[in-house]
Design a protein around this ligand. Structure first.
Ligand code: MN
Length: 424
């Protein structure tokens, strides 16, 4: 911990006397509180009121996001024609929760012919691929809606066009210059950064689409779970969604989450960010890291008491296994770093045969904290394919760095602080 604090650059905001005086006198609050609020951009009495009392009213219209109208139109058409729809997600908490949420939202909208699908990390890899589109075609699917992926899936979009399958892409990953071909693309990263929804996670975007279809906010517990697990900034609309969602979690207690929490000795009264980050999220993530995330999706959708107990038990076991593998890789990496890497190296890159691909991101993240530099861990599988996970530190945008390495990468994508790639 001390290491981290020592290596952190602290930037202290200056005190804006005029604003502090105004806010502290109009609300009768101590100047230091006013200063802290102003630092967060909460600089009027109205914004303070909103900040302290998150409410449904603060959720902005889903139609303020580009692509929402055309997405709703296309889904309406699917409903009228009775078309088969796939909701295609991701194997992490955000992708799983978003897939569960949108599947429920479409059913609530009156579409029964809808099926959730998640890729397998080891065999399919991340995101929609031409192979998955072909499989959809062979199963008579005519509309695929992605959740938490799809913004960089140009090959899959070409395949879909060729086969006459329409795509609605809902994602929150950073778009590259070229966008896939789709009926509709909804991605808050394509909006103005000041848009209140600019920081939504994948499940947050799925929530917006479900809200646009049904007109009422549902499954807020899943949005809170995903927003926290995806480590999104808790500002703007995210803060409202998480605040409402945590209350919803405590009160409503989805049976799958309740079983998982009980069996993990987590009390669901007074749910908070910590209980999700360190309690529920790692267990929901564990299945997707080790083999198949579908178990976690089933848990979120399941309404059978016996089945949720069984699924929870499996997730808890998978999480124990994940911890063991993570510690093995961590120790392995640390001994290599201490032996071979110079103390002031600006970046750490390590590669190994058969490091577990589902776990290297977690280890990279722990190493980036420990050494305060970006860390890339690369694993090479039996076929010789090299896949890497990078975790960065604040101030170093790894997507920009990966953009510069484009020519040696077969595939890459992610966020400023966390990304994945495949080498040629
Ligand atoms: Mn995500």
């Amino acid at each position: 911990m001390n290491d981290i604090l020592q290596n952190t650059v602290w930037k202290i905001n200056t005190w804006n006397h005029e604003k502090v005086d105004y806010l502290s006198s109009s609300l009768e609050i101590p100047p230091i509180i006013a200063h802290l609020l102003i630092n967060r951009g909460i600089d009027t009495p109205e914004k303070v009121e909103e900040f302290f009392k998150p409410s449904i009213k603060q959720i902005v219209s889903p139609f303020s996001l580009k692509g929402m109208d055309s997405a709703v139109d296309r889904i309406m058409e699917a409903k009228n024609k009775g078309e088969k729809i796939w909701v295609f997600g991701d194997y992490d908490v955000d992708g799983i929760a978003g897939t569960a949420l949108l599947t429920r939202g479409l059913k609530r909208f009156g579409i029964q012919n809808v099926y959730p699908l998640l890729p397998e990390r080891l065999s399919d890899g991340y995101g929609l691929t031409p192979e998955i589109v072909e499989k959809a075609y062979s199963e008579s699917v005519r509309l695929i809606i992605t959740v938490d992926n799809g913004i960089s899936t140009i090959p899959a979009s070409l395949k879909a066009m060729e086969l006459g399958i329409d795509l609605i892409i809902t994602d929150h990953h950073i778009p590259s210059e070229e966008l896939p071909i789709a009926k509709s693309i909804i991605n808050p990263r394509l909006e103005d950064p000041e848009h209140p929804s600019a920081n939504l996670c994948g499940a947050g975007v799925a929530f917006k689409l479900a809200l646009a279809l049904n007109g009422s906010p549902n499954d807020l517990d899943l949005v809170a779970l995903a927003t926290i697990a995806d480590v999104m900034p808790l500002t703007g609309e995210n803060r409202t969604l998480v605040s409402l969602g945590l209350k919803h979690l405590s009160k409503y207690k989805r049976i799958g989450l309740r079983a998982l929490a009980e069996m993990s000795n987590i009390s669901m009264d007074d749910m908070d960010v910590e209980k999700i980050s360190y309690g529920l999220a790692p267990r929901i993530n564990a299945a997707g890291r080790l083999d198949n995330a579908f178990k976690s999706l089933e848990l979120l959708l399941c309404e059978n008491d016996d089945k949720v107990l069984e699924l929870s038990q499996e997730l808890i076991k998978a999480n124990e296994e994940r911890k063991n593998i993570e510690n093995e890789i961590l120790n392995d990496a640390i001994s290599e770093i201490e032996a071979y890497i110079e103390k002031d190296a600006p970046v750490i890159v390590l590669t190994r045969r058969n490091w577990h691909q589902g776990i290297i991101g977690l280890v990279a993240s722990r190493l980036a904290h420990r050494y305060s530099v970006p860390v890339a861990l690369i694993t090479v599988d039996e076929k010789g394919v090299a896949k890497g996970s990078i975790r960065s530190i604040y101030g170093i945008d790894i997507i920009q760095i990966l953009n510069q390495c484009k020519h040696i990468l077969e595939q890459y994508g992610g966020h400023k602080l966390a990304a994945g790639f495949t080498l040629f």
